[in-house]
Design a protein around this ligand. Structure first.
Ligand SMILES: Nc1nc2c(ncn2[C@@H]2O[C@H](COP(=O)(O)OP(=O)(O)OP(=O)(O)O)[C@@H](O)[C@H]2O)c(=O)[nH]1
Ligand SMILES: [Mg+2]
Length: 213
């Protein structure tokens, strides 16, 4: 019998050639959106005085997700109210949104409800959404408990983790989880197991206690 030759390995499409995936950072002014992006992009913490973002800024980063290059175009929005109309225009182009609050600032957590309403109004229905409680390194100043964040995230069915742009805790994980989800959505390979974003985050997330910042 003639040997059955297996089909030639199909070259895995490179997601970055499709102009990449757009990820937007949103949340109150001062919660740490810019610092989180700088930590992710440059591995550094922007110490020193707080320079509030004006309008919107963006950075590109190519991630290697399971041997596939995923290009993320990350939009860093200004949290200040006065720029809100500027950022509204960008929501519909976002494939994923990272919604941040500051665990040392109760108001930024209480405003998450309003941010979710805005996201519902302006973003795509199937946008990937993740809730992040930032500045978890500031243990003394913490006013929002982790359970509060987990409860709210569960209510809205979104993955949640606490991060620190200062120590780097869970920063790479947040962006990697989003990149994995976006890659799976854009490249449904037939024999690829379904990627479950919630399970992945639950499995990989690090508690603030485990690694000293
Ligand atoms: N301790 C600690 N401080 C942080 C962290 N992330 C940000 N900060 C500080 O919080 C302040 C605000 O950070 P930004 O990243 O500029 O805040 P933002 O969300 O971009 O603010 P807008 O651009 O106005 O929307 C800065 O002074 C940072 O030093 C963190 O993870 N831990
Ligand atoms: Mg900023």
């Amino acid at each position: 019998s003639t040997p059955v030759s297996c089909p030639p390995e199909r070259p895995v499409p490179d997601a970055s050639e499709e102009g990449g995936r757009t990820v937007m950072l949103v949340g109150d002014s001062g919660v740490g959106k810019t610092c989180l992006l700088v930590r992710f992009k440059d591995g550094a913490f922007l110490a020193g005085s707080f320079i509030s973002t004006v309008g919107i800024d963006f950075r590109n980063k190519v991630l290697n997700v399971d041997a596939v290059k995923v290009k993320l175009q990350i939009w860093d929005t200004a949290g200040q109210e006065r720029f809100r109309s500027v950022t509204h225009a960008y929501y519909r182009d976002a494939h994923a949104l990272l919604l941040l609050y500051d665990v040392t600032n109760r108001a930024s957590f209480d405003n998450i409800q309003a941010w979710l309403t805005e996201i519902h109004e302006y973003a795509q229905q199937d946008v990937v959404l993740m809730l992040l409680g930032n500045k978890v390194d500031s243990t003394q100043d913490r006013v929002v408990k982790r359970e509060d964040g987990e409860k709210l995230a569960k209510e809205y069915g979104v993955p949640f983790m606490e991060t620190s742009a200062k120590s780097g805790l869970n920063v790479d994980l947040a962006f990697t989880a989003i990149a994995k989800e976006l890659k799976h959505r854009s490249m449904k390979l037939p024999n690829e197991p379904k990627f479950k974003l919630h399970d992945y985050v639950k499995k990989e997330v690090r508690g603030s206690g485990c690694c000293r910042s």
